[in-house]
Design a protein around this ligand. Structure first.
Ligand SMILES: [Zn+2]
Length: 178
Protein backbone atom coordinates (compact mmCIF):
# COMPACT_ATOMS: atom_id res chain seq x y z
CA UNK A 1 0.00 0.00 0.00
CA UNK A 2 1.40 3.37 -1.02
CA UNK A 3 -0.34 6.53 0.05
CA UNK A 4 2.12 9.39 0.28
CA UNK A 5 3.20 11.44 -2.71
CA UNK A 6 6.94 12.03 -2.53
CA UNK A 7 8.18 15.30 -3.99
CA UNK A 8 11.77 16.10 -4.68
CA UNK A 9 13.36 19.24 -3.21
CA UNK A 10 12.27 21.09 -6.38
CA UNK A 11 8.57 20.33 -5.62
CA UNK A 12 8.29 17.99 -8.61
CA UNK A 13 7.34 14.36 -8.06
CA UNK A 14 10.62 12.56 -7.34
CA UNK A 15 9.85 10.25 -10.25
CA UNK A 16 7.17 9.64 -12.84
CA UNK A 17 8.48 6.17 -13.68
CA UNK A 18 6.60 5.11 -11.73
CA UNK A 19 5.09 8.11 -10.00
CA UNK A 20 6.84 8.34 -6.63
CA UNK A 21 4.30 7.25 -4.08
CA UNK A 22 5.52 5.67 -0.89
CA UNK A 23 4.18 3.75 2.04
CA UNK A 24 3.12 5.84 5.07
CA UNK A 25 5.64 4.00 7.28
CA UNK A 26 8.47 5.08 5.03
CA UNK A 27 7.10 8.64 5.00
CA UNK A 28 6.98 8.75 8.80
CA UNK A 29 10.58 7.56 8.91
CA UNK A 30 11.60 10.50 6.69
CA UNK A 31 9.72 12.88 8.99
CA UNK A 32 11.29 11.38 12.10
CA UNK A 33 14.78 11.77 10.62
CA UNK A 34 14.04 15.36 9.55
CA UNK A 35 14.60 14.57 5.90
CA UNK A 36 11.40 16.12 4.56
CA UNK A 37 8.69 18.70 5.11
CA UNK A 38 5.05 17.72 5.18
CA UNK A 39 2.95 19.73 2.75
CA UNK A 40 -0.39 17.97 3.19
CA UNK A 41 -1.93 15.58 5.73
CA UNK A 42 -4.79 13.13 5.55
CA UNK A 43 -7.53 14.71 7.67
CA UNK A 44 -9.01 11.60 9.14
CA UNK A 45 -6.20 9.09 9.24
CA UNK A 46 -4.21 8.56 12.44
CA UNK A 47 -1.66 5.86 13.14
CA UNK A 48 -0.58 4.84 16.63
CA UNK A 49 2.03 2.82 18.40
CA UNK A 50 2.17 2.41 22.20
CA UNK A 51 4.47 5.43 22.47
CA UNK A 52 3.28 7.86 19.78
CA UNK A 53 0.49 8.79 17.45
CA UNK A 54 0.52 10.87 14.32
CA UNK A 55 -1.58 11.89 11.38
CA UNK A 56 -0.51 10.34 8.08
CA UNK A 57 0.98 12.76 5.55
CA UNK A 58 -0.47 12.91 2.03
CA UNK A 59 2.39 14.86 0.45
CA UNK A 60 5.97 15.24 1.62
CA UNK A 61 8.85 17.15 0.06
CA UNK A 62 12.47 16.07 0.50
CA UNK A 63 14.86 18.68 1.92
CA UNK A 64 17.81 17.39 -0.11
CA UNK A 65 17.52 16.89 -3.83
CA UNK A 66 17.39 13.24 -4.90
CA UNK A 67 19.38 12.79 -8.11
CA UNK A 68 17.41 11.24 -10.95
CA UNK A 69 18.81 8.26 -12.72
CA UNK A 70 18.66 9.12 -16.39
CA UNK A 71 19.17 5.52 -17.49
CA UNK A 72 15.83 3.79 -18.01
CA UNK A 73 15.58 0.43 -16.30
CA UNK A 74 14.19 -2.42 -18.39
CA UNK A 75 10.86 -3.45 -16.91
CA UNK A 76 7.50 -4.56 -18.15
CA UNK A 77 5.81 -1.28 -17.27
CA UNK A 78 8.55 0.81 -18.91
CA UNK A 79 8.34 -1.37 -22.01
CA UNK A 80 4.55 -0.95 -22.29
CA UNK A 81 5.07 2.77 -21.84
CA UNK A 82 7.65 2.92 -24.65
CA UNK A 83 5.13 1.22 -26.93
CA UNK A 84 2.16 3.13 -25.45
CA UNK A 85 0.27 -0.06 -24.57
CA UNK A 86 0.04 -0.90 -28.26
CA UNK A 87 0.72 -4.34 -29.70
CA UNK A 88 3.50 -3.78 -32.22
CA UNK A 89 2.09 -6.52 -34.46
CA UNK A 90 -1.65 -5.79 -34.81
CA UNK A 91 -1.20 -2.13 -33.74
CA UNK A 92 -4.20 -2.22 -31.40
CA UNK A 93 -4.17 -0.65 -27.94
CA UNK A 94 -4.68 -2.91 -24.93
CA UNK A 95 -4.82 -2.75 -21.15
CA UNK A 96 -1.86 -3.95 -19.12
CA UNK A 97 -3.21 -7.42 -18.37
CA UNK A 98 -3.93 -8.20 -22.02
CA UNK A 99 -0.33 -7.51 -22.99
CA UNK A 100 2.82 -9.57 -23.00
CA UNK A 101 6.50 -9.04 -23.67
CA UNK A 102 7.57 -10.56 -26.95
CA UNK A 103 11.13 -11.45 -27.89
CA UNK A 104 11.42 -10.43 -31.58
CA UNK A 105 14.19 -12.99 -32.01
CA UNK A 106 12.87 -15.77 -29.73
CA UNK A 107 14.91 -16.90 -26.75
CA UNK A 108 15.07 -20.35 -28.33
CA UNK A 109 16.86 -18.80 -31.31
CA UNK A 110 19.36 -16.92 -29.22
CA UNK A 111 17.38 -13.69 -28.76
CA UNK A 112 18.25 -11.66 -25.68
CA UNK A 113 16.04 -10.08 -23.04
CA UNK A 114 16.95 -6.46 -23.65
CA UNK A 115 15.36 -3.25 -24.91
CA UNK A 116 16.46 -3.86 -28.50
CA UNK A 117 14.88 -7.30 -28.78
CA UNK A 118 11.60 -6.93 -26.88
CA UNK A 119 8.31 -5.44 -28.02
CA UNK A 120 4.86 -5.14 -26.53
CA UNK A 121 2.50 -7.74 -28.00
CA UNK A 122 -1.09 -8.71 -27.25
CA UNK A 123 -1.76 -12.24 -26.06
CA UNK A 124 -3.24 -13.51 -29.37
CA UNK A 125 -0.41 -12.08 -31.50
CA UNK A 126 2.23 -13.46 -29.17
CA UNK A 127 0.53 -16.87 -29.31
CA UNK A 128 0.30 -16.86 -33.10
CA UNK A 129 3.88 -15.73 -33.50
CA UNK A 130 5.21 -18.48 -31.25
CA UNK A 131 8.82 -19.27 -32.04
CA UNK A 132 8.83 -17.69 -35.49
CA UNK A 133 11.32 -14.97 -36.06
CA UNK A 134 9.98 -13.64 -39.36
CA UNK A 135 7.33 -11.38 -37.80
CA UNK A 136 8.22 -7.73 -38.17
CA UNK A 137 7.08 -5.36 -35.40
CA UNK A 138 5.75 -1.92 -36.37
CA UNK A 139 9.17 -0.43 -35.50
CA UNK A 140 12.52 -1.72 -34.42
CA UNK A 141 12.68 -2.01 -30.62
CA UNK A 142 15.05 0.49 -28.99
CA UNK A 143 16.20 1.72 -25.60
CA UNK A 144 13.96 4.68 -24.72
CA UNK A 145 15.25 7.83 -23.07
CA UNK A 146 14.11 8.89 -19.62
CA UNK A 147 12.37 12.06 -20.82
CA UNK A 148 10.61 10.22 -23.62
CA UNK A 149 9.05 7.87 -21.07
CA UNK A 150 8.17 10.71 -18.70
CA UNK A 151 6.44 12.52 -21.58
CA UNK A 152 4.51 9.36 -22.46
CA UNK A 153 3.66 8.67 -18.80
CA UNK A 154 2.10 12.12 -18.55
CA UNK A 155 -0.21 11.30 -21.43
CA UNK A 156 -1.70 8.41 -19.44
CA UNK A 157 -4.04 8.70 -16.47
CA UNK A 158 -2.45 9.03 -13.04
CA UNK A 159 -4.32 7.61 -10.09
CA UNK A 160 -4.44 9.91 -7.08
CA UNK A 161 -5.39 9.06 -3.53
CA UNK A 162 -5.66 12.53 -2.05
CA UNK A 163 -7.15 15.63 -3.74
CA UNK A 164 -4.12 17.75 -2.88
CA UNK A 165 -1.92 15.61 -5.13
CA UNK A 166 -3.45 17.21 -8.15
CA UNK A 167 -1.64 20.49 -7.71
CA UNK A 168 1.77 18.80 -7.39
CA UNK A 169 1.43 16.65 -10.48
CA UNK A 170 1.95 18.03 -13.96
CA UNK A 171 -1.29 19.92 -14.78
CA UNK A 172 -1.33 18.35 -18.24
CA UNK A 173 -1.60 14.88 -16.76
CA UNK A 174 -4.96 13.15 -16.70
CA UNK A 175 -6.00 12.50 -13.13
CA UNK A 176 -8.05 9.51 -12.03
CA UNK A 177 -9.43 8.81 -8.58
CA UNK A 178 -9.07 5.57 -6.75
ZN1 LIG B 1 -1.66 -7.92 -31.40
Amino acid sequence: MADVLLLNADAQPASYLPLSIINWKEAIKYIYHDKCDVLEWYDDWMVRSPSWETKVPAVIMMRDYIRQKSEVRFSKSNLYLRDMYTCLYCEEEFSKNELTMDHVVPLSRGGKTEWTNIVTACNPCNGKKGNRNNWKPKYKPYRPGYYELVRKRRMLPITIKHPSWQKWIDPESTIEWK
